[in-house]
Each structure stands twice: as structure tokens, then as C-alpha cells.
Design a protein around this ligand. Sequence first.
Ligand SMILES: CCCCCCCC/C=C\CCCCCCCC(=O)NCC(=O)O
Ligand SMILES: [Zn+2]
Ligand SMILES: [Zn+2]
Length: 422
Amino acid sequence: MTAFPTVFSSKLVHHQLVANYSHLFWVQGSQPDLVPYLLLAHLDVVPASESDGWDAPPFSAKEIDGFIYGRGTIDDKGALMGILQALEYLLMKGYAPRRGFYIALGHDEEARGGKGAVNIARLLKERGVQLSFILDEGLAIVDGVISGLQGPAALIGISEKGWATVKLSATMAPGHSSMPPRETSIGILAAAINRLEENPMPRLFGYGPERQIFEHLAHKFRLPLNFIMSNLWLFSPLLARVLERKPDTNAFVRTTTAVTMFNGGIKENIIPAYAEAFVNLRIHSAQTLQEVLDLIHSTVADQRVKIELIHGFDPLPVSSADERAFGFQIVKKTVLEMFPTVTVAPGVCIGNTDSRHFSDLTRNIYRFAPIWFKPGDPQRFHGINERISKKNYEELVEFYFSLIQNCDIKNVPEAHSSGHEL
Ligand SMILES: CCCCCCCC/C=C\CCCCCCCC(=O)NCC(=O)O
Ligand SMILES: [Zn+2]
Ligand SMILES: [Zn+2]
């Protein structure tokens, strides 16, 4: 049986395989003067092992208490299936969009998107495509995740942090473990890594677009927090010290430093010549890749430690969230139609997405899906017990179902209007 039979048989849909495993769909609109948009998602997932402590095998999609457990349920199969299921239902109903749109499903987002998204973007560029906006994975609806915030908030990523993967290595003379020198390659490297962990990158909270999150949400906090958030020009250093206490909010305060791989030694009684470590940094919007590299050099401050940049890029440009920003307002309208009590605010995506490969096609890139994040859920991202409730999966389908129809209007929707304007 073919999945999404109507999508694959509709005359309105053109489907193309890209780089063997990625998919590009073009859904033709009846009004070619309306600039198309792009819905992005990815097929691949990060690895998972049941032995890490999962309550269900990570590739079982087992249902427990109304939740579907599995690697990829929130990153990013929920949105991917939601988009395709919404299109399937719309086409089954005989719906024909006015505004044409693309759906791009990359197959290597978790490995930087160099084959999937990069080639899809190249194809679209060769065809001279310009996009009204892009909607990709990223932020979510947070409920009880930000301390002191009353009620849920839908955070729409208007930018994303930059990236640096840096390899540190040390090479010393190898030898017999019964006659160790005072310092070894592993010891030198471990000390360098320790200096990086003990000296986090500077607090930059308030100097980037993350400031907009808190200014938008200020009225949802009780005194004195609402006063503090409304006066970030004065209080951002104080708030930064509170936010940095938790990993998920620390990510908004600074460039984060994560040691992700450490290798050295092959036998218990040999002092190894070589040791290496990889450090993955996510760069705050107010910093550049070069500034981060300079700080790594000055913090490590040991000529014996070789520092190599493996891969990096600057933080991404900031997309508009104002009243004239069509993409932002369409996403906001769709969220509010479904969840009238949710506060919608712009935010900075602390992880990275395939959308960055499409920046030549539009300046309006938004990173959001209406996935509900309750306390403890941010840790499921790339962690154990990744899951989505069945109800939330249905909400994802409904969200894209409404969003596609909402995009058929020509101009930016009126604030707080509801109902489709077809
Ligand atoms: C101050 C506001 C606090 C909000 C709490 C954080 C909520 C966390 C929500 C989302 C997590 C961000 C993940 C972003 C998507 C990342 C996709 C991905 O895995 N890409 C690959 C990579 O970044 O390595
Ligand atoms: Zn993802
Ligand atoms: Zn991911």
C-alpha cells in the first residue's frame, strides 16, 4: 500500500527525489501571482539505544498512556507526517490552493544537510524560485518550561544560533605506563577541556533577538518578574544570572560549549601518543564564529594543544516578526485559531535546522511546530524517551491543514482575525 495515495496521484502535486533520498514536492496554486512558500522537515534522526534507559524500544513507536514513544517523534517525524497528512486530507476534500507551495523533506539534517537540503536549495535557486517564507522545525509551545511564566507560549524562531565544531588534540611521546612522564597527551587535553568548561563564553543575554522573547512575554509574568522583563535595558545582567542556572535557558544567555567526543589510548599499559576531543559550540546571535575561535585559543592557552575548526557558521539573520511579516503573521494566526489562550512570541532557535541552506531564497525564515513542551520535555530532544502524545500529533496535522488554507490570502492577516478567508 502506498502512503499518502492522494498526494502521490494528484495532478496538482509534482514530486521529485533529490540526492536519492530527499523529497521535493511542488503543490501548484491557481494564482501564480501569489509568491510561493516552503514547508520544511527532515526524515533522518539521531541514533538511539534502548540501553540508555528508554521506557520503550526507541524504534517501536510503542504507545504508553496516550504517548507514542520513539526516536524522531518530535524531531522531526511529527511535523513531517503532519504536513503530508494535512495535504492528503486537503486534496481528498478536493481542495486546490490559490498560493502554490513547496514541501522539502531532507534526509541528512542531523548531519548538516549537505546532501539533502543543500541540493534541494540549489535546484530551487537554479529555477529562479523566490519564496514568500519558509516554515521549518525549531521552537515549540512551552508550558511550564520557563520559570514564572503564566500559561503556555508559542515561540516562533526568527533566527538560529551559529555553530562551531572544534577539534582539540595533543601529541606527546608514547611509552610504558610503568614510567609515566609528568604530563601526558590525555592529561594535557583534559586540562584544556576543563578550562573551556570552567570558563563559559560571556553572558550576552539582551544583546540578541532573544530579548524580544522576554519583552513579548513580560506581561505574562507576576511582579517583580514582569517589571524586570519590561526593563531589560537595566535588568538583563540580573536575568542572565537566573537563566544560566538551567541548561535549556542558559542556551539563550551565551554561546554554549559542549564536549561531545573524547578519544585517546588503546591499551591500559601504553601511554598514548595522541588524544583528541571535539567541542560543539552554538554561537549566540551577538557573537561571530571568529570571536568564538579567538576566545577558545585564549582560554586553552597551551601551545601543545592543536585547535582546528572542523565546521562552523555565524548566527543566522533575523527574520521580521512585525505586523507586515506575512509568514510570521500566518503562523501566529494559525496558532491562535487553534490555541486562543497561548501567547505567541518571537524567539531564537537554539539548535540548527535545514532552513539555513535556503537563505538565498527568502529573508523570512521561521522555525516552529506546535509541539507542546512541558517540564522535562526539552531533555527528550536527542535524549531518552522522545515522545509525542496522540492528541498533539493530531494537532500537528490540524495546524498544517489550517496553515495551508490560511496562506491563500493575498496580504497579511488582520491581527487576531479568525476563520479562513477563502
Ligand atoms: C527562554 C525560553 C526557554 C525555552 C525553553 C527551551 C525550549 C526548547 C525547545 C526546543 C529545543 C530547540 C531545538 C531546536 C531544533 C533543533 C533541531 C536539531 O536537532 N538540529 C540539529 C542540531 O542542532 O544539532
Ligand atoms: Zn530536527
Ligand atoms: Zn535533531
